[in-house]
Design a protein around this ligand. Structure first.
Ligand SMILES: [Zn+2]
Ligand SMILES: [Zn+2]
Ligand SMILES: [Zn+2]
Ligand SMILES: [Zn+2]
Length: 176
């Protein structure tokens, strides 16, 4: 069952201008899991399935009748899209990472420019991950005693699976 609006195309910022053929004519975003129709048009998997299951079952571009049997996954196009170079979605917060779309989600797990909540009991303060190490060692109002580098690293690692030591390294090298 395809959900309207859910998992529509990618809305990422690409380094190069996006080839208009890689844009979905339904959601106007970059094709996510592209499918090609019999009439040769490409859409996100969910966008075109939604037209077929919940919509008027016709190609939005040329009115060709469509069914789930005459649309096909476009593997080549998908590969092209996953190779696109894009910026991190936290670029506006200062992240300078760029890389293939394929590894963006992986980067997000480690990105120091996403919001995180302080894991110390009683404190729910939210801040960018890059400030969390310093906050937990020095600034947290709920800090009972000064914590060592390794203790903070271990707590960060327990919390949301963050790479605590990497985050502390980032903080320390920034402070130097
Ligand atoms: Zn779409
Ligand atoms: Zn068409
Ligand atoms: Zn990032
Ligand atoms: Zn705190």
């Amino acid at each position: 069952m395809a959900h309207p609006n859910k998992r529509a195309g990618y809305l990422f910022e690409f380094i190069n201008d996006l080839d208009s053929r890689l844009r979905c004519p339904v959601c106007f975003m970059t094709l996510r899991s592209p499918f090609q129709t019999e009439c040769g048009h490409r859409f996100c998997e969910n966008c075109i399935k939604n037209v077929i299951i919940n919509g008027d079952k016709r190609c939005p571009l040329d009115d060709t009748e469509l069914s789930l049997q005459n649309i096909f996954q476009d593997v080549f196009c998908n590969r092209q899209i996953l190779q696109l170079q894009c910026f991190c979605t936290n670029r506006n917060l200062g992240c300078e990472w760029t890389g293939h779309l394929r590894i963006l989600e992986e980067h997000h797990k480690d990105c120091l420019f996403t919001e995180a909540t302080c894991p110390i009991e009683g404190c729910n303060e939210k801040m960018l991950k890059r400030f969390l190490g310093k906050h937990m060692q020095e600034e947290c109002m709920f800090l009972k005693q000064p914590q060592s580098f390794m203790e903070v690293g271990a707590q960060l690692a327990d919390h949301e699976g963050l790479d605590g030591v990497m985050m502390l390294d980032a903080w320390v090298s920034e402070a130097l």
